[in-house]
Design a protein around this ligand. Structure first.
Ligand code: PMP
Length: 345
């Protein structure tokens, strides 16, 4: 058992330093060693604790933020929870504009942490006044002494992962990491981790994960903003319908797209094979790693780190609900049903 011997002054001291856990079953049929960077271990149950703490502490250092002030953000849930958590300890008000794709459970969690939540239509385009971007901007303009975190366009998002997640992975693997598989939403995680790791060893390959319905992969490959790539999809927190400046496309080697269905099944499989109860994008990351493996990207000497962004408890009404899975048609194919039986055995 790993020892935990000191007293924390408050919960924020537990942000970061998430464990790296060897995967023993789910990646068995592809060559290489695979390790999960288990971000659910953060006190707010996701890697967004890292950016919430860093961005708020930088604003404090610059004298922009004073106790009693208001923090405003757009969020698919996780960043909101983390901002609410940091706000509680540091004495700020927290207002969140949330995409309606976020689960009811996630929204209730934000409220439980004292945040004021505005739910905005998921399919409104970024420049639509109803979009969560526009709503957050308006609330910021209307609220005196407020700070807009703006995670999609804030370089401190990248910096948080450059300062913490990247060095942790380097240290935990004794510099032996060869590939990193990471989801890209704002792009902060993949960009910050990649920047740090490539400074240590430029040969490490950074493998991005995107969704069908998102613009990122095509934009990375062609530099073209192709609107035809954009359509609704179900995975929350990964992929984008705009190009965030918190994504440094130059430090990402390649993107792979995953389907809503495969990612959902993979998250469920991860829970019952490895005991890792994670969110929808973690399933997407594992699914992408397997697709990369099937394309022959890894060999026996590969040390692959999969960044698993958050905890499964936020998805009880979605991927961990059999009814939801059925409604999506995710249990329709014979193969999938067989797979479920297969991994219970
Ligand atoms: N997974 C989940 C569950 C998320 O909430 C996010 C953040 N949108 C991501 C992955 C993507 O991380 P990042 O924003 O750092 O690219």
């Amino acid at each position: 058992m790993i020892e935990n011997t000191s007293i924390c002054k408050n919960i924020l001291e537990l942000v970061g330093n998430s464990p790296l856990i060897q995967l023993n079953k789910i990646t068995q049929h592809i060559p290489g060693s695979f390790y999960a960077k288990y971000e659910a271990y953060n006190p707010g149950h996701s890697m967004k604790d890292r950016i919430a703490l860093h961005i708020i502490e930088e604003a404090e250092k610059q004298g922009i933020l004073k106790p009693g002030n208001t923090i405003i953000e757009t969020t698919s849930g996780n960043t909101g929870f983390s901002l609410a958590l940091v706000s509680i300890i540091k004495g700020y008000k927290c207002i969140l504009a949330v995409n309606s794709k976020a689960s009811a459970g996630k929204i209730n969690m934000l409220k439980a942490m004292g945040a004021k939540v505005y739910v905005c239509p998921a399919h409104a385009k970024a420049d639509d006044p109803r979009s969560y971007y526009s709503v957050a901007k308006r609330l910021h303009e209307e609220t005196a002494n407020s700070v807009y975190i703006n995670q999609y366009f804030n370089q401190l998002n990248i910096e948080a992962h450059y300062n913490t997640t990247g060095p942790e992975i380097w240290k935990q693997t004794n510099g032996k990491v060869t590939h990193i598989v990471a989801a890209s939403g704002t792009g902060g995680t993949i960009s910050g981790v990649s920047k740090y790791i490539k400074e240590q060893n430029p040969n490490v390959k950074i493998l991005g994960v995107d969704a069908f319905g998102s613009i990122l992969k095509k934009f990375h490959e062609t530099g073209e903003f192709d609107k035809n790539e954009i359509y609704p999809y179900r995975i929350e927190g990964l992929g984008k319908n705009l190009i965030p400046t918190a994504t440094d496309f130059n430090v990402i080697d390649v993107f792979e797209k995953v389907t809503d269905e495969a990612a959902a099944h993979k998250a469920r499989e991860l829970a019952i094979t490895e005991g890792l109860f994670t969110g929808y994008t973690s399933g997407a990351v594992v699914q992408a790693a397997l697709q990369y493996g099937e394309k022959g990207i890894f060999n026996e000497n590969s040390n692959v780190v999969l960044i698993l962004p958050d905890h499964g408890s936020r998805y009880m009404e979605k991927i961990y609900s059999d009814d939801w899975m059925k409604e999506q048609g995710f249990f329709d194919s014979q193969t999938k049903e067989n797979e479920v039986v297969e991994y219970i055995k």
